[in-house]
Structures are given as structure tokens and as C-alpha cells.
Design a protein around this ligand. Sequence first.
Ligand code: GTP
Ligand code: SPV
Ligand code: MN
Length: 588
Amino acid sequence: MSTSLEKWVIKQAELTKPDRIHWCDGSDEEARKLINIGISEEKINNYPIFTELNQELWPNAYHHRSHPTDVSRTEHLTYVCYPDKDTAGPNNNWMDPNEAKAKLTKLSDGCMRGKTMYVLPYMMGHPDSPYSKACIQITDVTYVAVSMRIMTRMSKAVVNKIGDSNDFVKGLHSVGDFDTNKRFIMHFPQENFVWSIGSGYGGNALLGKKCFSLRIASFQGKNEGWLAEHMIIIGIEDPTGEITYVAAALPSACGKTNLALMQPSLPGYKIWVLGDDIAWLNIGEDGRLWAMNPETGFFGVAPGTSIKTNPNMIKTLKAGTFFPTLFTNTAIDTDKNEPWWEGLSSEPPKNVMDWQGNKWNPSLKTNAAHPNSRFTVSISQSPTISKEFNNPKGVPISAIIFGSKRSNTVPLVYESLNWQHGVFAGASMGSETTAAATHQVGLLRRDPMAMLPFCGYNMADYFKHWLNIGKNLKKPPKIFFVNWFRLDEYGKFIWPGFGENIRVLKWIIGRINNNISAKNTPIGLIPNLDDLDTNGLNIDKKNLEKLFDIDVQKWQEEAENTKSFLEQFGDRMPKEIFDELAALKNRL
Ligand code: GTP
Ligand code: SPV
Ligand code: MN
């Protein structure tokens, strides 16, 4: 007699027709074997899946080159499938589940011929947490199997945990033939099922990440009274040793990983990391909001990461424990066989091979590393991992921070007036697009709570859910907004960012503890300039004032833009959100 799990796997094998099926146990030896297969047997676009990097300088590090058409998430090929379109909402691409399955059945028929099917049993969340979920992903590429072992708690024990139940999250993944016309990332939230074909890249292929832990989990959270968010979780230790836990959402490639690993510039402060991308937030028995990170690794943007901007990440990448570290689509310094990317060093190395394997030099004016090139590394290697990381209860959250990438209009930091106003301001967030997804970079788009590409159901219902969570919390966390990216008249960032962002966090802690007052503006509360610690910071007063300049006309435009965005959701939108919009317009 086989279990439901075995039956499901056999059924997928009957469709995809692999030569072999390998059940992964998540062990160290197995990861090594998979890497060796990736080095010597499997290829993508004629390149081996993995090449070994300089093991002395980058212990246990490997380089991976994805298919050149497969370098970022493809939002236009990502669908959520419910019987009715309204449940998906205008924020999602929608397809009828039967139609989607018929389409993918055709594309998947025999797609693993000649290949090995890897069956990956993994947990999202600590196994002892009541909120963790047992999952199975099937894939046909070692890169995904090894990445999933870094990013999740992969182990044989999950198979026993599932036993004969059907209560596990299912993911079927195949890279297919990388044809972009045959690439789809389909979600079936009502069946806890993700079906992805045609891409081997990050959020398209590591199905525990955005597909399950955000799109499907957000739908579960709505039904079960919790939140799945695109948020980091950090503990901020102040000079007295007090640790304040906060969760922060910023859109893709807008600074989450850097904030999570920050080396604060102010003496006496420390940032402890619990997560850099995804948070599951529950209402605890004490009526507070508690956060946990379902993942165990970082899949971070390489360009811009350096010993200056993010020393803790460089240390993490070089720590070299039994977990491998992967570099995807970075360039290579061919003299030293080291990974390289723009910003790693001020001068590029002498001999560089770009992310596609061509000889490169700066006069080409192209990017050596792909702008969305990434590293995959275990959080356990981080010198700043929080001692609470493996606490199944998670940590209590004192503030939620929303951030966006705005060259103008939005100040360095402001505080919302209350939970409802914070939810409205989060719902109206706009951010300039980045290379994390395939689309034109630098365009302003509305990206509520940094969740536009990741909310697995109608965002009108999502806003309602956020309002309800606030009502069910004894003391809802304060909600803040940050923007590190305002530009001066020469197009340079005014705010130095990175480790200096601690100055903003210090102000936020002061506000959480009711230690300092703030200045009222039409959009919310901003610091009195004297309360922002600028000791030792080289920034002139005029520029500092510019960071907090609130241009009423621009904000009126912002309100109009928000209005047309929110109106797409029609009658489903909670009235409170439009009340807040009217109140904002009034104040302006
Ligand atoms: P995802 O992994 O896509 O969700 O991205 P993320 O939000 O974790 O973004 P990440 O921290 O990787 O930063 C993306 C880019 O923004 C990198 O190139 C960083 O160097 C840059 N960046 C991060 N923080 C700051 C900052 O404070 N100031 C400036 N100017 N740039 C920053
Ligand atoms: C993001 O795009 O927000 C990421 C990378 O964190 S991916 O895994 O591709 O979603
Ligand atoms: Mn992300």
C-alpha cells in the first residue's frame, strides 16, 4: 500500500516520464553528490549547471549560469487559479483551474524524459511551530534541489511527518526547454498546489519561496487569521542591551537584505537577523503580533553588495560551512576564479568573464554581472543571526516598517497616525520598478505593502484582512514608512543609506517607546530634525531638510494616482480605505 504522498509522486512521474526518481534526504553528502552531478553531467544552454569557485577565498562556493532568457521572475507568466476570477482580483493574472491544468498537462507530458526527478521533502517554518507547513517539491534540476536545501529545512523526517495524510503543500517543477512561450508559474491556492514549468530561476522555481510562502500562504492566512508578508524580521539592540523586534516590507530589490544584515554606524547598536524576505505573522495568545521566518537562507541581490555596504553579508558568503554557497549570473574574475559583480570592488578585476560567459571589460559599457544576479546562502552562516532564529514561537513585533524606492515625494521616514491610516498608506505605496522581475526598470507603480506580485488573492480582501488583524490585536504595532532613495538635483542619493539607516531605526525606537515627539504633517508624523541622530554624518542642513520636504502638490497627485489604483477593486474595497483617502486629501 502506498501513501497519498507516494501516489501523488507516481502520478507526476507518469506524466513527466523521468528516467529515474530520487527522493532527497537533505543530507550533506547528498548535496555534494548533487553538486558533482551539476558539475559533470547536467547542462543548461551548454554550460555545466555548477562550476567550482576558488575554494580558498570562497569556501564551498559554486557558480551557476541560468538560461539567458531566464534571469528574473516573470510576473506576466504567473497566474493564480480559482474557479472565479474575482477571488484572484485585478492584482493577479487569472486562469480557470481546469484550463490551467489542461494547458500544463500538455506542456509537461514527457518533460523529464532522460532526466532525474528529484523529490524534495521540506518544512517551511520550524518543525515545532504550529504554523509550520510540510511540503514536497518535485524538480528536474540539481540547481533547484541544492538551492531548496539551503533555503528550507529539507529532511527525510518530513516524509514521516506527512505519513499517509494528504495535508502537504505540493509543488511540481520542471525547467522544460526554457522556451519563454511555454513558461508558466501556476498557483492553485484551494489545493495547496503550485505547478511551474519553463524556468529555473529563483522565485519561479524555488517553489517554497514566493509561490508557497507568499501567494498560497497569504490565501491560507486570510482564511486562518494570520498574515504572510514580503518582510524581513530583525531585532534592533540598543546600547542598553534592549532588543526591539520589527518587521519591514520593501519591494523586490529595494533594500530588505541590506537592512536585515546591517552593520549599524552608530556605536552600541546591533542588528540581529531572523529573516530577509518573508515573514509569517500571527496573533499570539498575549494579543501581540508574532513573526517567524519560514525560510532558512538568503537569496540575495549581488550587485551593490560589498565589504563597505554590507560587511555582514560578505562574511556570511565566505563562512563556508557544510552548506554550499551559490552565485547565480554573477561575473567571474578569471585570474582568481572568484565571483565578481558591480559594486563588489571600486575597480573591476583585470580579467573578467561576464554573466553569459563572454570576455568583458568596462569599455563595453555593459553589465558584467546581471543586475539581478544573486547569491544563495544559509542564514546559519550569518555572524549576526538572532538567537531567536530557531525559536518556534517567533518574536513579538513592536513596529512594522514599509519602504519604497522613490526618487522624490516620499520623505526619509514618517509614522502613520494609527493602524487604519497605516494600512491605507501601505495600500497606496508606490515604488520604482527594479531588475528583480522582467519588466522596464525605474517606472513608478503602485505596490501595496510590497505584495503586488505576491498576494495570492484579491487585494481588496487583503486590505480588509489587514484591517481585521489590527482590530484583533490588543496593541497593534506602530506603522512607519521609509525611503532611502531620494535624489538630489544631480541625480545622486541624498541619504547615505546602508549602515547609516540605523539613525532612522533609532528614531523609530524612540517613537515606539514614546520617548520623543514628532512633527505633524498632512501625510503623517515626521521627525523634528533635532531628534534624528546625525552625529558624525556628513550631510548638509539643506539636503537634510530636502529629505523631509513634503510637496503638497506632488502628494495631491499621489492621492489621485492612488485613487485610480484602488478604484480598480470596485465595491470589494473596504470603506475604511476610501475614508482614509478622503481624510488625506482634506489634510493636504
Ligand atoms: P529582493 O531579494 O528582491 O526581495 O530584494 P531586497 O529588498 O532584499 O533588496 P536588497 O537589499 O538586495 O537591495 C537591492 C539593491 O538596493 C542592492 O543593489 C543594494 O545595494 C541597494 N540598496 C540596499 N540598501 C540601500 C540603501 O540604504 N541605499 C541605497 N542607495 N541603496 C541600497
Ligand atoms: C524578489 O524578487 O522579491 C526576490 C527574489 O526575493 S525571487 O526569489 O526571485 O522572488
Ligand atoms: Mn523578495
